[in-house]
Design a binder for this molecule. Sequence first.
Ligand SMILES: [Zn+2]
Length: 466
Amino acid sequence: MQPLLETMKSWRVVIASAKNWQVPTCRYIPRSHFLAVIVLSGLLLLTMLFVPSEDVAASRHQSILLPLPDLADDGTDIIDHYPDDYGVDTAPVLEEAKEPRLWKQEVIRPGDNLTSIFKRLSLNNADVYAVANAGKEASALKHLRPDEVISVATDDKGELAAVKYQRSLLESYVYTKSGAAFSGEKVVRHPDLLPAFRTTIIENSLFLDGEQAGLSHNLIMQIANVFGWDIDFALDIRQGDSFSILYEEKYLDGEKIGTGDILAAEFSNQGEVYRAVRFVEGDGSINYYTPDGQPMRKAFLRAPLDFTRISSNFNLKRKHPIHKMIKAHRGVDYAAPRGTPVYAAGDGKVIAAGYSKANGNYVFIQHGQKYTTKYLHLNKKAVKSGQSVRQRQVIGTVGSTGYATGPHLHYEFLVNGIHHNPRTVKLPKADPIAQEARPGFIQQTTPLLAQLDSLRNVQLAQATPE
Ligand SMILES: [Zn+2]
């Protein structure tokens, strides 16, 4: 009964806050309960159809209130490869000790070490020495970080019996007294990964609308990273663009603790539809491909700067008057706040990094024999001539040095020495998925894409009045 109860609880949350779209889906529901859940879902759908939405914008972001089928029907579990990327737990989970112990806890402050913390917990140097020598796991105690928590338990004689060091929600270290010495153990917990679905129509920018729809920063950045090779999120996004994503939500003890990977996604940009799906490679690494196995990742980024800093994407009037003093304009201008990070558009080598009256601070990067990219008017340069750079490495920041009337990045893209429009130039294609990996790719990605499609279709059916 426990899972059904849990499910009922979460459904009630859904009903109470249908506009928060934080719908945990129900991968773990036993089959016997499916009927009940389906009936319940049906009622919910009916309710939603007959209760008019007060807020049209909000209704565009609704999640689907349907239990999702098992993602991994082949019996394999969804691979968790996100260790602890969601910060630190301040309330450690202390499971019941066998004999009742009195636990005291202390939050780590800047500059703390084990000695200072133990002192606040009324423990002495002999205790510090004993715990610091609890085998190899004791080395974790040398790297205490502020706001983490250390808990200690004493036995009935008032002597130190156990120490717990909670590093994050998922990672902790336990040191227990056995005989005269302490022994240490690392405890790693794994969150439950449940699929969730969102669809959103863009009114302003991916970043603003994503935030408004309640997407985590992590998810918004993933969307930008997955589609950033095809779509210029700084200049190409238009009102009415839309995206749908199937992604993982992480739960620990029934509580949502964060989001995981995007599993499948679709982005409609100015009428063009891009689709991507996650593939876990043989070595466990994650890559995104088109449904037919072309890598989403390309040799060059469309927009070589942190687009999240660009607040006004649609104001076309702001796009051009910046380079008044440059006669022939051979690049693209990205108006962005001073200090916005500028990225290397692709892997390459810095062939020039300097200052001139017209260009201000500039960086030129050579990518293989054929391609060169140029970045002008930088506030600061972060690379030197001759240096190798990786794609998305920060090479400087947006500024207004040289002939510039306001802070912006002037970006040029050259193929065999000839200027091309970086926003439309045909970029070299990376190799598609290897022939031998194709069956595994199809098997892994087909259900994800099917799920994305069916959820989006249900969403469309819900949004369209009869
Ligand atoms: Zn320019």
